[in-house]
Design a protein. Structure first.
Length: 252
């Protein structure tokens, strides 16, 4: 009878577990049926999340496909090397843009070199002021005969202080890549101005009648900043060079 008793115990445990599971599932079903709107919202939210995950997975797959080098091109040489160089250049540009954004946001603050030089300039200005104030006070007790000599010595010392401060300011302007940034900005501004002047001074008016072209040339001469170019290569006024100069000075 002992084996049968043990079997009945196992059967009772299984039935009890099954009943508990049915009760748990039934309770959830009853609660869900009582709140159909909430259940539908939860279902919609889950479906939307699954759709977003599917879209992200598809984007990652396309990105991996674009970056994957085909097996037949692994050892090709020039083609694979060119593609790798292109990817490296793109990554370098992205890193530079990120670093530039971080510098512009000001989160990191100035570098150590910039702060050291700033304090050095500040101390130099204070020392210059203390020196000038002390020497000016001494002038009241200087013998008039020695005033010229004392003034010459004072000017020499002031020149030394001034050169020291100017040197520190120069290094401060070059700290943390600021000098290279100024050079790039100045070059871009110069190119912009030169291109704008070239656009304004080279008179292009092709495909129009003689009266319209003549009137346009007169307007170009009136607003000219530099001598206006009329006989540029490719213009329809090149034949004017046979009867008049190809450039005119601007009107005063």
């Amino acid at each position: 009878m002992r084996p049968w008793t043990g079997s009945w115990r196992w059967v009772m445990l299984v039935l009890l577990a099954w009943g508990t599971l049915l009760f748990y599932i039934g309770g959830h079903l009853v609660r869900d049926s009582e709140h159909p709107e909430r259940s539908s919202r939860e279902l919609s939210r889950i479906l939307a999340k699954l759709e977003r995950l599917k879209q992200q997975n598809e984007d990652l797959r396309r990105m991996a496909e674009s970056l994957r080098i085909p097996e037949g091109q692994v050892d090709v040489g020039p083609a694979a090397a060119g593609r790798l160089r292109t990817l490296e250049a793109e990554l370098t540009r992205a890193k530079e843009q990120i670093d530039s954004f971080r510098r512009q946001s000001g989160g990191a603050g100035p570098g150590k070199e910039h702060e050291v030089l700033r304090r050095k300039v500040e101390n130099g200005v204070k020392e210059l002021w203390y020196f000038v104030r002390s020497e000016v006070k001494k002038l009241s007790g200087v013998d008039p005969a020695d005033l010229q000599r004392h003034s010459a010595v004072l000017l020499e010392d002031l020149g030394t202080q001034q050169r020291s401060i100017v040197t520190d300011l120069y290094y401060l302007s070059r700290a943390d890549g600021a000098g290279d940034w100024r050079e790039r900005e100045a070059k871009e501004l110069s190119d912009l101005v030169q291109n704008r002047i070239t656009f304004l001074q080279v008179c292009w008016r092709n495909g129009a009648g003689a009266y319209c072209r003549t009137w346009t040339r007169i307007l170009c001469l009136e607003v000219g900043i530099e001598p206006a170019t009329l006989g540029s290569k490719g213009s329809d006024v090149n034949h004017y060079a046979t009867i008049c100069p190809c450039a005119f000075n601007p009107c005063p």
